[in-house]
Design a binder for this molecule. Structure first.
Ligand SMILES: Nc1ncnc2c1ncn2[C@@H]1O[C@H](COP(=O)(O)OP(=O)(O)OP(=O)(O)O)[C@@H](O)[C@H]1O
Ligand SMILES: [Mg+2]
Length: 238
């Protein structure tokens, strides 16, 4: 691990820990002076900051695991729709103001990927769309396909990402500084992990943000193409 990584992580860990300690100490020392409403407010902050720490630690574990992922991928052929539907229903509980529209044709071919990792990719993107999307707005997940790839788009309405930041957001610990990002929590690791996993599985990821809408597009290899390629190789081998 390089110094840069360690100093960023230390900073990211120290901020929520300092706040958890501060609010707990105040509650202990001034218990009798605090009214119920303030106690509740302090406890809420402690819970929020603990969640922030858990998210950070989980993401950091994912980052360390990325190095060993390539060998450990378990490839399977599967349809994307059930995975996306399931992911949406889990995330929906946390973002009840959002409306989720999933537009995926029955004709969409199966993909060849590691199912858990694909779910992790979808979770990160749909969670971001929910987190950074305008209040009470719609999150749209749609797909298309060609001979090689199934393309999955996750779109939301909200503050745009500037073109000059398109590459930066996929790097470690990068968060765009705007009033919204300051308000919602995040470690800046989600998209780094997402891109890394997508690349490892032979896929692609890109972003486009304009007219108040942000769209992330993931392309995953179609199962039949991989099968055809494998068949061709084994045909050549024999
Ligand atoms: N759908 C989106 N709309 C607008 N900005 C976005 C969107 N998705 C990501 N971003 C920007 O890109 C940054 C990086 O996203 P990323 O998912 O890597 O980190 P994060 O959401 O801040 O934290 P976490 O590690 O918890 O996911 C975000 O902080 C945000 O500024
Ligand atoms: Mg994120």
């Amino acid at each position: 691990m390089n110094d840069d990584f360690i100093s960023t992580v230390s900073h990211e860990l120290r901020t929520p820990l300092t706040s958890i300690r501060g609010f707990s100490e105040t509650m202990l020392s001034s218990w009798d002076k605090l009214d119920d409403e303030n106690k509740k407010k302090f406890l809420k902050i402690i819970v929020e900051q603990s969640n922030r720490l858990i998210n950070l630690v989980e993401n950091m574990l994912s980052v360390t695991k990325l190095q060993e992922t390539k060998e450990n991928l378990i490839y399977k052929e599967f349809s994307v729709k059930p995975v996306i539907d399931m992911t949406c229903s889990v995330i929906k509980n946390q973002y009840q103001d959002k409306k989720y529209t999933v537009n995926i044709s029955e004709k969409t071919p199966q993909i060849l990927a590691d199912k858990d990792k694909f779910q992790q990719i979808m979770t990160n993107l749909i969670e971001n769309a929910s987190k950074y999307g305008d209040e009470n707005s719609e999150i749209i997940i749609s797909s298309s396909f060609d001979d090689e790839y199934v393309h999955i788009k996750v779109s939301n309405y909200g503050i745009e990402i500037k073109e000059e930041d398109y590459e930066k957001i996929f790097t470690k610990f990068s968060r765009i500084d705007n009033p919204l990002t300051r308000k919602v929590q995040g470690s800046g690791l989600g998209l780094y992990i997402t891109k890394n996993l997508t690349d490892k599985m032979g896929g692609k990821i890109s972003v486009n943000s304009n007219n108040g809408m942000t769209t992330f597009e993931v392309c995953m290899p179609c199962a039949n193409i991989e099968r055809q390629a494998k068949n061709a190789v084994s045909y050549l081998d024999n």
